[in-house]
Design a protein around this ligand. Sequence first.
Ligand code: SAH
Ligand code: SF4
Ligand code: F3S
Length: 471
Amino acid sequence: MPEDTATTAIRPPSQGANARRVFVKSYGCQMNAYDATRMTDVLAPQGFVETQDVSQADLIILNTCHIREHASEKVFSELGKLRLLKQERAVQGEETMIAVAGCVAQAEGRELLRRQNAIDLVVGPQSYHRLPDLIDRARQTPGVVDTDFPAEDKFDHLTAPAPEKIRERGVSAFVTVQEGCDKFCTFCVVPYTRGAEVSRPVSQIVEEVSRLAQSGVREVSLLGQNVNAYHGEGPDGATWSLGRLAYRLAEIPGIARIRYMTSHPNDLDEELIAAHRDLPAMMPFLHLPVQSGSDRILAAMNRKHTAASYLQLIEKLRAARPDLALSSDFIVGFPGESEADFQATLDLVTQVNFASSYFFKYSARPGTGAATMEDQVAEEVKVERLARLQKLVDDQRRAFNAATVGRTLPVLFEKTGRHPGQIGGKTPYLQAVHCDGPADLIGSIVDVTIIESGPNSLHGRLASEQKEQPG
Ligand code: SAH
Ligand code: SF4
Ligand code: F3S
């Protein structure tokens, strides 16, 4: 293929007849959701406009997740449907390009093309800045694969979103600050699909957050597979921790709320705890996965922390920020997990009292340490344990939500509600709230008195007229 096919004439991002339409479907974590926006941003100068209607799309990107088995199976069933769509559109003389991105793309690479030949392009998470070139190449010769871990920093090449795009996406934004993971928990594919830990330089993040703030963003969620392992180069040449970064971001005018995910207990250092104590913008909600309450299982998982060290850490965090709400991920049925091990998990959940939690049945991921361990737990045992954990966690979530009834909390309004005249937002503890109010409060932080708590959201009443609160 000639080299020069890689260059495309830059067309303005118009809605005109020449515009090509791109549909992106993301699975998995927030990093993928963030990457999806970066992909559409990098394609905008090529004349691609986003569509929510897959049947209209000239380019379909499946941004995949590889964390659990059924996740990649879902991708193949989705691809089967897209193949038919591609055929139907071809009959009407329309070209459809299918790209697979994300962690399944990274893990499976060329194998994907073998299983589904309707795919034109396979692109790994470290190559998104090259999408325009890759798409051109795939147009000439379908079956392009790029899953390299290039030495260059993709963030240097990813296009900044236009201010109107930022506004369209709302007042709460994701910003990836760190990628990859060096932890190698024995159940997890992420170190293989996302590679080694890399942190973006502080100046790049400050610039991105400032730009978001200038277009009305009030809350940033800092993302990373192991976000609190962040160790980016500071403007002073020193290595900055996530805590130090948080202090800097809190200075950006307009940024009222900072969140971050996902953290590993062993990387939660004093500076980050101090940021929780000192910064009103640091939201009192922390997702801190523990995975299990049994030290034996934690060791087999290669977590390198114990139940006791996790509990100590929670104590320290709560001393710094007494109202800190916590959530966690749990895996049930890890190889070798006995009833006593599982009971230790229930005990830990009871002790911590989480505001919410996510729980998963262990599923073996090929290539990971735990996949070949003996003593795999029977499916029915996993199902039964999951139900018990779910009940405990649900009770805790309901109690946490119910405890906010009668309280007045600052809510960042993000969108109009489901019913006319309603607006919706989040409390500092990441609870969804709806209440009657004018749409012009969107983007403001306003006191709301909580009057009712449902299973997934709270209902409130504006405490007074448009009173801006810090945090
Ligand atoms: N980087 C994050 C999240 C990793 S994936 C962290 O360190 O916590 C999100 C969650 O999926 C994990 O916390 C874990 O609970 C779950 N998970 C990962 N691999 C899994 C597997 N093989 N089986 C079941 N759950 C898994
Ligand atoms: Fe996976 Fe463990 Fe890394 Fe989290 S810390 S991404 S669970 S290997
Ligand atoms: Fe899934 Fe990859 Fe995220 S495996 S959870 S999309 S890092």
